[in-house]
Write a protein that binds this ligand. Structure first.
Ligand code: GLY
Ligand code: MN
Ligand code: MN
Length: 428
């Protein structure tokens, strides 16, 4: 059992205090768990069921179709599913209910709702409306649950420890001659052996030029001598997770251009980690990373011209095309995207979160520098950045691939605690 009744009560208390400020008598909020999604053409074959994270956070329960209600008049009322005999013989007794608090039967919900004049529907339901009071309630819920409580932090630390085993295993097996797929298998077997329930996203393993493909699915490619190998792989227990990237060298010491690239990414990660503290705006930290990368690329001779012009022209988007990070913890994309209804781009990257940081937030710090052929060989980009990029020099870098380093930072009262720092990086 990962969460106790007290943990759940405490969460509900934190949220109801905020909701009470906007809710009137006669209004109710429902948060739906949602149901399994059928595979295309699969008839009774569904994807693995995942409860909506808001429902799961409020109940600790993982049973499909359930609903929790809140109103000023009644407080929290759970409407639970009574498992039929069918489930008993197809799936066995369900062991995945983390907290068991008796509730009403789901069948009583309709009659119960009759006493309310207005019902706001949140969670996994097509009836959720992204505007008005429903949106306000949902935003308050997201803002509350993104501040991780002690039980969640304890669980996420355990998951980070599991990932440490996985990354140690990679360091053991990595050598020229191994395939990307074998690296994935070694990592995943090790985290499962150490208690991970699943992976929070498809593990990414890219070697050599493949390390420049942001979400590369491990292939049969055989790793060569002295190649960069980028592994972005996490671990998950009941939807709580970590999201980690390390870039390795397949043999020998990292040197030359590969080392220069790694040093630059490491420098940006270290610098931006120091900026990650309560009160800071995430966009400002991302923008700082983009400026530092531009300066680094200029120093390496890959860019040419005047630094402030290069920053203004956003040429860095050709080498760092993604945001610096996203909230993580309960799912690999934790809250934040919903509020970002009209996302702006910053240096060519659409940030997944555009928020001010607070203690208790958990955010990835994942700068990366890549030589991405679809971007750098694109005719329009070549024209646009004709005078910013030293195309001759670039030739020497094109097959290196890329470097990303990703850690998970828990915001404290004064700064942050890196929950994934125990996973080694290259010393450069
Ligand atoms: N694991 C994908 C990402 O870094 O967001
Ligand atoms: Mn990642
Ligand atoms: Mn990430």
């Amino acid at each position: 059992m990962y969460f106790t009744k007290e943990d759940i009560d405490h969460r509900r208390q934190r949220l109801s205090t905020k909701w009470n400020e906007v809710l009137s008598k006669g209004e109710a909020v429902l948060v739906y768990a949602g149901g399994p999604i059928q595979k295309p053409g699969g008839l009774d074959n569904t994807y693995t069921y995942l409860p909506h994270p808001s429902y799961y956070w409020l109940t600790g329960r993982r049973r499909e179709e359930e609903v929790i209600l809140y109103s000023v008049d009644t407080g929290w009322v759970e409407f639970q599913k009574v498992l039929g005999k069918e489930t008993a013989f197809w799936e066995g007794e369900k062991h995945d209910v983390l907290v068991s608090v008796p509730g009403k039967s789901l069948e009583e919900l309709e009659a119960f709702l009759k006493k309310y004049t207005t019902v706001y529907k949140l969670g996994q339901t097509p009836e959720y409306i992204k505007e008005g009071k429903a949106f306000t309630l949902n935003t308050l819920l997201d803002q509350t649950r993104r501040v991780k409580d002690n039980a969640e932090i304890k669980l996420i630390r355990e998951i980070a420890d599991i990932a440490v085993h996985g990354y140690k295993k990679i360091a053991e097996v990595l050598r020229p001659g191994i395939t990307e797929r074998e690296i994935q298998i070694a990592y995943e077997a090790e985290i499962f052996r150490n208690g991970a329930q699943t992976t929070p996203y498809d593990s990414i393993v890219g070697s050599g030029p493949n390390s420049a493909i942001l979400h590369f699915a491990p292939s049969k490619r055989v790793v060569g001598e002295k190649e960069l190998v980028l592994v972005d792989a996490g671990a998950d227990i009941y939807d709580y997770c970590v999201d980690i990237t390390r870039t390795f060298i397949s043999s020998g010491e990292i040197e030359g251009r590969q080392k220069a690239l790694y040093q630059l990414v490491k420098l940006v990660q270290d610098y931006c980690t120091k900026l990650t503290k309560p009160g800071a705006y995430w966009r400002d930290i991302h923008n700082k990373a983009a400026a530092l990368f531009t300066e680094g690329l200029l120093n390496l001779g890959i860019l040419k011209g005047n630094l402030s012009d290069l920053i203004a022209q956003e040429v860095v988007s050709m080498f760092f095309p993604h945001g610096l990070g996203h909230l993580v913890g309960l799912r690999v994309r934790d809250t934040g995207q919903e509020e970002n209804l009209h996302p702006k781009t910053y240096f060519g990257a659409r940030l997944r979160v555009d928020i001010q940081l607070e203690p208790g937030h958990l955010i990835t710090m994942e700068p990366g520098m890549y030589f991405i052929k679809p971007l750098l060989e694109d005719a329009d980009n070549k024209k646009k950045f004709k005078d910013c990029i030293n195309w001759q020099e670039l030739e020497h870098w094109m097959n290196i691939g890329g470097v990303r380093i990703e850690d998970n930072l828990l915001l404290t009262d004064t700064g942050n605690d890196n929950l994934t720092s125990r996973i080694p990086k290259l010393s450069v």
